[in-house]
Design a protein around this ligand. Structure first.
Ligand SMILES: [Zn+2]
Length: 357
């Protein structure tokens, strides 16, 4: 009873604040800033849950975080110290998608754009792919397996230079692209079920299911291992993810056939905002049909992230990271990051309001 009244009070306050801020928004420029700070404090998880076409923010952050614990002690001395940075910034590439030209293609590959068995026939390496298809075609159809290789080289170089900022930035980004490569719906044009009448399936698979079932996932993984063939491993990840695509789509169809349409969706409260989402009953049915598929892909992501971070460090000659552990971001860098975060919320806000109008 008490918790209900607290919730109602909270919801009322939230609506009131949103209303007041939006009123001020019409007239005052400074209010823009307040809105984004407010949304950030209150609604970051809500925004994440409703952002389509990305591993949920939670999953990306979890993957980078868990990968740190598979690293050898010589790396953990530095990586654990910056655990929060690697966690929080696991979602940077998704934030950049709206702002940085050339960012969007790094998150996916549309396998069917290149015909049958494309993921087994496409050139392993970027330069060969450019010669064969040209950069424009590649950018149009997504570049995630090549992006992983590019970021692998950059991280190795950052370790060679013993540059702590660069190591952290590139490691966080590399973790993101690896996680994306392991999502089946990141390997197809039908990325949100829009070609098969299954709109919304993307966030359902990668956000709603982890939200409901992540506590049951077994995320215990062994030590990171050296990967000799990183290019091939990047391709294997997208091949494996793509092989799971049929089940992702078919099981959702089967589950829909077994349930009355009105029971498929439900309204749920998210931080005082009521949203339409897949019902718990429907999610349970789909989860059971998938037989731990989301968990398997998440485990594969964590394993691959730790293996790649470790491999970069070994390839750089196993530099002593001990002296880098005391590194702190300076004030200007922190401020810059905060500014970027606010810009992102600003863009997100614009995108959302346009969609709703
Ligand atoms: Zn992404």
């Amino acid at each position: 009873m008490l918790s209900k009244s607290i919730l109602q009070n909270f919801r009322f306050k939230t609506y009131r604040i949103i209303f007041c801020v939006s009123e001020v928004f019409k007239h005052k420029k400074w209010a823009v800033k307040s809105i984004f700070i407010f949304l950030f404090l209150l609604g970051a998880p809500f925004i994440g849950y409703n952002s389509p076409f990305i591993w949920g923010f939670w999953a990306h952050q979890r993957i980078n975080r868990l990968a740190v614990f598979s690293l050898p002690p010589e790396m953990q001395v530095f990586f654990k110290k910056h655990l929060n940075y690697l966690t929080e910034n696991a979602v940077n590439p998704d934030k950049r998608r709206y702002a940085v030209v050339g960012e969007a293609p790094r998150h996916y590959i549309d396998a069917e754009a290149y015909g049958d068995s494309a993921l087994y026939k496409l050139p392993l390496y970027w330069n060969e792919a450019v010669k064969k298809y040209g950069e424009d075609t590649l950018a149009l159809n997504g570049t995630v397996p090549w992006a992983i290789q590019q970021y692998k080289s950059q991280l190795t170089e950052a370790f060679r230079q013993r540059n702590p900022q660069r190591i952290l930035r590139v490691a966080a980004d590399l973790g993101h692209y690896i996680a994306d490569a392991n999502v089946p719906l990141h390997t197809t044009r039908n990325y949100n079920g829009q070609l098969t009448g299954q709109e919304g399936i993307h966030a359902f698979w990668e956000t709603r299911l982890p939200e409901l079932y992540a506590e049951e996932y077994d995320m215990f993984l062994g030590s990171a291992e050296y990967e000799k063939k990183t290019a091939l491993r990047a391709w294997q990840a997208v091949r494996q993810a793509n092989a799971a695509l049929d089940s992702v789509l078919q099981f959702e169809k089967n589950a829909s056939l077994q349930m009355k349409p009105e029971l498929k969706y439900a309204l749920e409260d998210r931080n005082g905002v009521v949203i339409k989402t897949y019902s718990r009953e429907f999610a349970k049915k789909y989860h059971q049909m998938l037989d731990r598929q989301v968990e398997r892909q998440m485990r594969a992501s964590v394993k691959m992230v730790s293996d790649f971070w470790f491999t970069c460090w070994v390839d750089a000659g196993q530099p002593d990271l001990g002296p880098l552990a005391s590194f702190e971001w300076d004030k200007a860098e922190k401020e810059q990051e905060e500014k970027e975060k606010q810009n992102w919320f600003q863009r997100l806000f614009k995108v959302r309001s346009e969609n709703e109008n």
